[in-house]
Design a protein around this ligand. Structure first.
Ligand code: PEP
Ligand code: MN
Length: 472
């Protein structure tokens, strides 16, 4: 049985409410009855159902009001008046659900945003891949040693034994608890320690002073410092940064169906996920007749769809039609992850066809997932140069078409890991084993991510058609 979605306390008339509630619950049933890729086979489905029911009675982690605020901010991104920066771990783990790890990732997100704001001359909406990013899609159901694949800490353990790899629904409860705690940390840091633009700038200054070749970034860094001092001089309050929103891939549907709230506030009644502000559908679960897309249609949260190089312009338009039927700017983000060698060829016809449909979507570049490869020693990695090149291609495409390159979607951590090769320290394949910590895909470390932010800031500054300083 599907847990009945609940209304927030301040909703209108009861009869209408019940009809709408029944209608939405039926549609949710129908959506989840469709074929769903990438779901675990729970060994005891009744136990899994019991966990889902138990979790569905909990309090939401995020509120519909916050989610609506994000939608407003994203509308500005869709109109070309802001940027969206999303970043965090590929896979959050229970072991790394610690204050210091989260602080590192969130501080990095904020530090990158500061630099991009300056380069593009636009506000940056910050969304963390955090407080719920525990489920992973896999390219094969087995791991190559005959064991079930690791599907993220919310499903099974990465440890290579049959028992550890057996899906355990109680892990969904642990994920809820970790996400709840992480959410508290996100809120505390966003409005506390990480709201201080001066302190973030100090960290950036240290980066520029210590990273090899940091002189390249010195001019912009000094400009940012001058700008902050100017703003402080003009008068209090000193610049304080606002919210950090949360996001994860809506992959594990037994998890996603918990904590749904009726949301009658929009053009049509929908369900507001209480698990995160922003949810996206992955490249492996975007089948038009599948459960994930049907589920996303029912949400009132802003949603994204990852589109890989096999996406046709017609499919992209179909996503827009289904996920943004009322033409709400900011409702849908199309996250292209084409690969640096494909983006310039594959993206233009998609952007052209969607633009011709008259809808305003957010175009976001994920320069990570189309650029993965496995080294001979068996490490999954990405080259810094390929990541930067995909972003460069993405910007070129949007500049040529006159559309707004709305944002970036990165896998990056504040921890000093060695997972991606290249960058200022010229990390080589032989360096990867030193601190290769990811539970899934390779992340940029803090230096590589800051280097990327400064380089992309230059690309934006060099004639971004969306900068108010630059005539179109
Ligand atoms: C991810 O974002 O971690 C991911 C699996 O992406 P994609 O769906 O684009 O492969
Ligand atoms: Mn990933």
């Amino acid at each position: 049985m599907i847990p009945t979605p609940r209304w927030p306390p301040d909703t209108p008339a009861r009869t209408r409410r019940r009809a709408v509630e029944r209608g939405l619950a039926d549609r949710l049933d129908a959506a989840l009855a469709r074929p769903a890729a990438q779901q675990p086979d729970w060994p005891d489905p009744a136990r899994a159902r019991a966990v889902v029911h138990r979790l569905s009675t909990g309090e939401p982690l995020v509120t519909p009001a916050e989610t609506r605020r994000l939608l407003d901010r994203l509308a500005a991104v869709a109109r070309g008046e802001a940027l969206l920066l999303q970043s965090g771990d590929c896979a959050e783990t229970f072991a790394d659900s610690t204050g210091p790890h989260l602080r590192g990732n969130l501080a990095l997100l904020r530090r990158m945003a500061l630099v991009l704001t300056h380069g593009a001359g636009l506000p940056v909406v910050t969304v963390a891949r955090a407080a719920g990013q525990y489920a992973k899609p896999r390219s094969a159901p087995e791991d190559g040693h005959g064991l079930p694949a690791y599907r993220g800490d919310i499903v099974n353990s990465a440890e290579a034994t049959r028992t550890a790899r057996t899906p355990d629904p109680e892990r969904m409860a642990r994920a809820h608890a970790h996400a709840r705690e992480a959410m508290t940390v996100v809120r505390r840091l966003a409005h506390g320690e990480l709201a201080d633009a001066h302190a973030l700038h100090e960290e950036n200054r240290r980066f520029v002073a210590t990273v090899p070749g940091g002189r390249r970034y010195a001019a912009r860094c000094a400009e940012i410092g001058r700008g902050l001092r100017f703003m402080t001089g003009v008068g209090p309050p000193a610049p304080r940064l606002g919210e950090i929103f949360t996001s994860h891939e809506a992959l594990l549907l037994d998890h996603e169906r918990t904590l749904l709230w009726m949301d009658a506030g929009g053009t049509e009644p929908r369900l507001s996920s209480g698990l995160a502000h922003f949810l996206w559908i992955g490249e492996r679960t975007r089948q038009p007749d599948g459960a994930h897309l049907a589920f996303a249609e029912l949400l009132s949260n802003p949603v994204g769809v990852k589109i890989g190089p096999g996406t046709t312009p017609e499919q992209a338009v179909e996503y827009v039609r289904r996920l943004d039927p009322h033409g709400v700017p900011g409702r849908l983000t199309l996250i292209s992850r084409m690969g640096h060698d494909r983006v310039r060829a594959v993206l233009p016809p998609i952007v052209e066809k969607v633009t011709a449909s008259g809808r305003q979507v957010i175009w976001q570049c994920d320069p990570m997932h189309g650029n993965s490869r496995t080294t001979r020693a068996g490490y999954k990695t990405r080259h810094y140069d390929h990541v930067l090149d995909e972003i460069t291609g993405f910007l070129e495409v949007h500049r040529a078409l006159g559309t707004h390159p709305g944002g970036l979607h990165l896998e990056a951590t504040g921890d000093d890991v060695t997972e991606c090769v290249g960058g200022a320290r010229r990390l080589a394949e032989t360096d990867l084993p030193t601190r290769y910590r990811t539970a899934c895909d390779p992340r940029l470390n803090a230096e590589q991510a800051m280097e990327l932010a400064f380089s992309v800031a230059e690309l934006f500054a060099a004639g971004t058609p969306t900068s108010p300083e630059t005539p179109r």
